[in-house]
Design a protein around this ligand. Structure first.
Ligand SMILES: [Zn+2]
Length: 145
C-alpha cells in the first residue's frame, strides 16, 4: 500500500487556515495522514487502518494468528481482569508507591503468580494467545502515550 500523504495545515494571506482532512487510527486514535479512497469500503463504511499505525500494527499481526488483545486502561482493567480470571489465572491490580501523592496507586494489572507472573501497565497491550497463555506488549517507544 502506498504511504499516506500528510499535508500540513496552511495559513492563508487573510489569516484563515486551510486543512486537509486526516484519518485517525480506528484502534488508538492517532492521526495517520490525509484521508483517501482506502478509508471507505464499497458500502461507505470506514475501513480498518490499524495496520498502518505504528502503535496498533503489531497487535493486528497477533490478531491474525488468533490472539485477542486489549489496550489496558483504567476503564477496562476490570473487564480484562475478569477475562484472565475466566482462564483460571489469578490476576489483580498492580500497585506502586506514588511519592508525589504519598500513597500506593494502581498502575496496571498483575497476571499470574510467583516468578511466572507478568505485569501490564496502563498503556500496554495485554494479549491472550490461542493456547490461553497471556503476554504483555509495550507500545513502540516513539509512540508511547
Ligand atoms: Zn493505532
Amino acid at each position: 500500500m502506498n504511504p499516506r500523504i500528510n499535508t500540513p495545515d496552511r495559513t492563508n494571506p487573510d489569516g484563515s487556515t486551510t486543512i486537509t482532512m486526516k484519518r485517525c487510527c480506528n484502534g488508538c486514535g492517532r492521526k495517520l495522514g490525509d484521508v483517501d479512497n482506502r478509508d471507505v469500503d464499497d458500502r461507505g463504511n470506514l475501513t480498518d487502518v490499524r495496520g498502518e499505525c505504528p502503535f496498533c500494527a503489531p497487535i493486528v499481526a497477533l490478531e491474525m494468528t488468533g490472539c485477542r488483545a486489549w489496550w489496558l486502561t483504567r476503564r477496562n482493567i476490570g473487564a480484562v481482569d475478569d477475562t484472565v480470571d475466566r482462564d483460571g489465572i489469578y490476576a489483580k491490580g498492580y500497585f506502586e508507591w506514588d511519592s508525589d501523592n504519598g500513597k500506593t496507586v494502581c498502575v496496571g494489572l498483575r497476571i499470574g503468580t510467583g516468578e511466572a507472573r507478568i505485569v501490564a501497565r496502563y498503556g500496554d497491550w495485554v494479549v491472550r494467545h490461542p493456547d490461553r497463555t497471556w503476554t504483555v506488549h509495550k507500545p513502540p517507544a516513539e509512540v508511547t502515550t
